[in-house]
Design a protein around this ligand. Structure first.
Ligand SMILES: *Cc1c(COP(=O)(O)O)cnc(C)c1O
Length: 365
């Protein structure tokens, strides 16, 4: 069937990004927090919503929210830009700095949205690979950015979907090798042993370092759609120039501002998940799978004696949904599981043992 009106020709080659949304009791496919935000936060937000002047536009500068984020990271509010999820932050960076005739670098396999949004904004994508342990190969990466001089270099740390955080040395080396921005996507930053924000504090002249974070994962607030970047005020101003006026609703701003008063609760949730990650890793290591160490809230693993797609399907039949990465380039045969609550992880492990055991005995799972 021919379309009503043809869309941009360069869009037709892009596949949409989405995770299979099939019904399941145990949902461990999109790296959300298994725990809801604190009840007090919910109550305070309800009060704030009740007091909102909905006939008026929200604060265009999101001043209070940005001040709160700035205080969290000990930076100035002019160094913070907030948007509807870190995906909108990434989109604003690409709208401001990308576009026809410019390029962005990624190191594959990594978060698909970096290259996807780049292409949607007409930015050329140049891609490097990774080492066997899925960290970025320093020499190869430097060679790539020196040669291509991308206006934006995306480093996902910890990397989704492979799990490891990149060293601060690597990020510093990339900054030295390029004249563009180095964008460190720290969606899982709080689960990792270090953050590029430390680099920003330690070293002068790192104005081209951009650190992107989100409330979606560690803050248990995926539904609120809130993310931000910490960068030089010039980068913040550029993002504000391309963002739509009043893009951040009054409700979103309040949700984030209030969440920032629950740092201890958030950190307690992160600690539980990090502990569960260790237990899940240990349990997976005993099964017929190869599993990679993770600094995030998910684990990448590869069944060694079974077809990954079949394992994924058999888990769905047992009402356990994880992420099938087995057809992604560089991740052949791999699956990714989000670390859930202790009971969710137990259900996942039980189902996986069942699937691996059953197929081993040659039964149809
Ligand atoms: C989940 C995720 C995001 C989050 O996107 P939001 O728009 O903030 O929900 C960003 N980057 C990476 C690498 C992610 O895995």
């Amino acid at each position: 069937m021919s379309p009503l009106v043809p869309v941009r020709e360069d869009l037709t080659v892009l596949e949409g990004y989405h995770s299979a949304q099939v019904p399941a009791k145990v949902r461990l496919n999109t790296n959300e927090s298994p725990f809801p935000p604190p009840e007090t936060w919910r109550e305070q937000l309800a009060d704030a919503v009740a007091a909102t002047s909905f006939n008026r536009y929200p604060d265009r500068e999101a001043s209070r929210l940005r001040a709160g984020v700035a205080a969290l990271h000990d930076v100035r509010a002019e160094e913070v830009f907030c948007a509807n999820g870190s995906n909108e932050v990434l989109q604003c960076l690409l709208l401001a700095y990308g576009g026809p005739g410019r390029s962005a670098a990624t190191f594959e396999p990594t978060y698909a949205l970096h290259s996807h949004i780049a292409r949607v904004t007409g930015t050329t994508v140049v891609s490097g690979g990774r080492c066997a342990d899925f960290t970025i190969d320093g020499a190869e990466a430097i060679e790539l950015v020196e040669r291509a001089q991308p206006v934006l270099t995306f480093v996902c740390s910890p990397n989704n979907p492979t799990g490891r955080a990149e060293s601060l040395e690597l990020i510093a080396k990339l900054l030295a090798a390029t004249e563009g921005l180095v964008v460190v996507d720290e969606a899982y930053g709080q689960f990792a042993p270090h953050s590029a924000l430390e680099l920003r504090e330690q070293t002068e002249g790192l104005g081209r370092l951009v650190v992107v974070r989100t409330f979606s994962k560690t803050w248990s607030m995926a539904a609120a759609r809130l993310g931000y970047l910490v960068a030089d005020p010039e980068v913040v101003a550029a993002c504000m120039q391309v963002a739509l006026p009043y893009h951040l609703s009054a409700v979103t701003q309040e949700a984030g501002r209030l969440a920032l008063t629950f740092v201890d609760e958030m950190e307690a949730r992160v600690a539980i998940v990090a502990e569960e990650r260790g237990r899940l890793f240990g349990a997976l290591a005993e099964l017929a799978v190869e599993v990679w160490p993770s600094d995030a809230n998910f684990l990448l693993f590869r069944p060694t004696s079974h077809d990954a797609r079949k394992v994924w399907e058999s888990l769905v039949e047992r009402s356990v949904l994880i992420r099938d990465c087995s057809s992604w380039p560089g991740l052949e045969g791999c699956l990714r599981v989000t670390v859930g609550s202790p009971s969710e992880n137990a259900l996942f492990l039980g189902a996986l043992r069942d699937v691996l055991g059953a197929t081993e005995r040659g039964e149809t799972p």
